[in-house]
Each structure stands twice: as structure tokens, then as C-alpha cells.
Design a protein around this ligand. Structure first.
Ligand SMILES: *Cc1c(COP(=O)(O)O)cnc(C)c1O
Length: 363
């Protein structure tokens, strides 16, 4: 099975650990003697109840989520939360956003439909090549929350610190592309949310981790029930059918993370993989790295060659060499290597070797 697999550098959906896929395959048609696949199970059955509870417990253990936070397993992708966040969190109607890329900008634009939304920082002028430092942030002290995109998947930038907010202003973070990749002090955040398809499992599941005291401001009489976090929390994510199979796979991924040694080890591996690429990029002048040094992502490494033609040639030839999806996002072009938790170090070694060879051949 493993010989036929390639190194998939896709930004998402992306690689899952082979052992997770193999375990899921072995349990595919008959989960733990139930006589059925997890896909076929009632979400209200006893056997499924154990799966979802164990998955939540594992996520709490791995991330160190405090008791006073709810964990929600939702559908609709991170994009649905762009709207759900202002709908659930606005009280006075004011919120502040750091606009550091396409996803942050979409979240900001969605929020403007619901209130008085202020741009606390934008890196648009330099094509989103960096994230702000703490001093750069202009956060209103009476904002209902301050929003960041913790890792900007398209541009390859990442916050290397937890931004501080004025007293009483909760920090909200889109961690779709860097959740489970390093230890996080959850208590510094009001809300952490992520689409699953980068580091947690298959598409279709969105995890929202929310501090309890932030629930209860949703105008349920005029907004749709399905986006009400409080309702979802009260119903243990079972108001309607949750993404059952994706939650099960998240459980297997968390088991793998724990076997590997937890988030500290994920972080060490992420630093190892990303520094192999950045060290090489900094040692040559054929490829040009895109993100500013102090903002570089550990997950999405962006660079370009001297021309679009060479970028395209790179994507094509790397594919033939067994490495897929190295083409940059359609909105920015260039080359992007997404190296999430499940990317083996050997995949990055192979990529660096290919980059050297390609540079020699095309100088
Ligand atoms: C992928 C991604 C999204 C979009 O997620 P969907 O699940 O497709 O809605 C949002 N934010 C970030 C940071 C992402 O990487």
C-alpha cells in the first residue's frame, strides 16, 4: 500500500498519517464487532456515543483545553464560521480584525454585514507577506472580540506569538492550518476554530473551541438555529447529524498524535521540516522566498522562481517525481509546499533534493 503513495504537498485536504488510514481501512466494514461501518451508524447509538466522547476527551487532553471551554464538532467548513463568529460574539456590535490574507479578509468582510468592524491591521499593501507584531495592532478597547488568522495558508505566514488584547477583549483565532502543530495556551483565546482538512482529518468537520462565558449572545429569534453555538453546545454537537465519520477519523489522528508524543513532538517535527526548506531557500538565489522572515509559516512554505513558466515547469516535473500539489494558490501563483503534521521528514528531504536538481538544470 505505502509504495504506491506519493508525497502530497496539498494545502488542504492534505495528507493523513498512513497508520490512521490503515486503521480506518481495517475497521471500514465492521467497527469493533458492531457489524457495520462507522459511516453507517446512527449518531445516537451507544457505539457512536463512545466515539464522539472519546474524540472530544482526546482533543481536550492533547490541546490541554480547560474545563470552562466547550468543544463543538460542526459542519460547514471554516468559511461558515466567518459568519457564525460575529453572529455569536457581537454584543455592542464592534469587532476588530487583523487582515493578513485572503481567509482573514473574507472573515472580515462577512463580519461587516453584522456590525461596526474595524481593521486593526492589514498587510494587504505588501501582498500579505507578513503578520503584524504586537505594537502594530490597533485594537479598540471596547471591541467585542479581536480576530486573527493564526496561519495564513495561501501566503505562508504565521503568528509566532499570541497577540495581547485590551482587558476584556477576547481573542478569536482561525487555526485551520496550524491547529495540533504546536502546544497552545488555550486560556489566552476566547475562541479557537479550525476546518479539519489540514491537520485533523477529512473535510466536512469544523472544530470550534469556545470559552463558556462567551456563549449566550446569539439572537436566536432572528438568526438560523444551526449557527447558534450555545444550542450546539447544549446538544453536545448533536442538534442535527454531526459529521460522524470525520469525527471518528479525528479520533484516530489524535491517537496518532499522542503515540508520537503529543504537540511538543509535532512542533519539533514542524520546525525540522520547515527549517530544512527555509535553510535551503536562504542558501541560494534561484528561488525567492515569499514571506518575510519573521512571519514565516511552519506549515506552508511559499517561494517562486524567476518566471511563471519555470514555476509551472517545477509543478509539472515535481509531480512526475512523486510529489504532488506544489503549485501555489491560484490567487498568488508561485510554488507552495504545505507540510502539515502527516508529512514525513523524508518527503521534505526529497523535495529539497528535487529543488537543487531543478535549480541546476534551469539556471
Ligand atoms: C482552508 C482554510 C479555510 C477555509 O476552510 P473551509 O473549510 O474550506 O471553509 C479558512 N481559513 C484557513 C486559515 C484555511 O487554511
Amino acid at each position: 500500500m505505502s509504495e504506491t503513495r506519493i508525497y502530497n504537498f496539498a494545502a488542504g485536504p492534505s495528507m493523513l498519517p498512513l497508520s490512521v488510514l490503515e486503521k480506518a481501512a481495517s475497521e471500514m466494514t465492521n467497527y469493533h464487532g458492531s457489524g457495520m461501518s462507522v459511516m453507517e451508524m446512527s449518531h445516537r447509538s451507544k457505539v457512536y456515543d463512545t466515539i464522539i466522547k472519546d474524540t472530544e476527551a482526546a482533543l481536550r487532553r492533547v490541546m490541554g483545553i480547560p474545563e470552562n471551554y466547550k468543544v463543538l464538532f460542526l459542519q460547514g467548513g471554516a468559511t461558515t464560521q466567518f459568519a457564525a463568529i460575529p453572529m455569536n460574539l457581537l454584543k455592542t456590535g464592534k469587532a476588530d480584525y487583523a487582515v493578513t490574507g485572503n481567509f482573514a479578509n473574507s472573515a472580515y468582510k462577512e463580519a461587516t454585514k453584522f456590525g461596526d468592524i474595524h481593521v486593526a491591521y492589514s498587510s494587504k499593501e505588501t501582498s500579505f507577506d507578513h503578520v503584524p507584531s504586537q505594537q502594530d495592532l490597533d485594537i479598540r478597547p471596547d471591541a467585542d472580540y479581536f480576530y486573527i488568522c493564526a496561519n495564513n495558508t495561501i501566503y505562508g505566514t504565521e503568528f509566532q506569538y499570541d497577540p495581547q488584547t485590551p482587558a476584556g477583549v477576547p481573542l478569536v483565532a482561525d487555526m485551520s492550518s496550524n491547529i495540533l502543530t504546536k502546544p497552545i495556551d488555550v486560556s489566552k483565546y476566547g475562541v479557537i476554530y479550525a476546518g479539519a482538512q489540514k491537520n485533523m482529518g477529512p473535510a466536512g468537520l469544523t472544530v470550534v473551541i469556545v470559552r463558556e462565558d462567551l456563549l449566550g449572545n446569539y439572537p436566536a429569534e432572528k438568526y438560523p438555529m444551526i449557527l447558534d453555538w450555545k444550542l450546539m453546545a447544549e446538544k453536545n454537537s448533536m442538534y442535527n447529524t454531526p459529521p460522524t465519520y470525520a469525527i471518528y477519523i479525528l479520533g484516530l489522528v489524535l491517537e496518532w498524535v499522542e503515540q508520537m508524543g503529543g504537540l511538543k513532538v509535532m512542533q519539533e517535527l514542524a520546525e525540522k521540516r520547515s527549517s530544512m526548506l527555509y535553510n535551503y531557500l536562504d542558501s541560494q538565489d534561484f528561488y525567492v522566498p515569499v514571506a518575510q522572515k519573521s512571519s514565516r509559516s511552519h506549515m506552508n512554505i511559499t517561494f517562486r522562481t524567476a518566471s511563471e513558466e519555470l514555476d509551472a515547469k517545477f509543478a509539472k516535473e515535481s509531480m512526475a517525481a512523486g510529489m504532488s500539489n506544489l503549485k501555489g494558490h491560484r490567487s498568488v501563483g508561485g510554488i507552495r509546499a504545505s507540510i502539515y503534521n502527516a508529512m514525513p521528514v523524508e518527503g521534505v528531504e526529497k523535495l529539497v533534493a528535487f529543488m537543487k536538481k531543478f535549480a541546476d538544470e534551469n539556471k
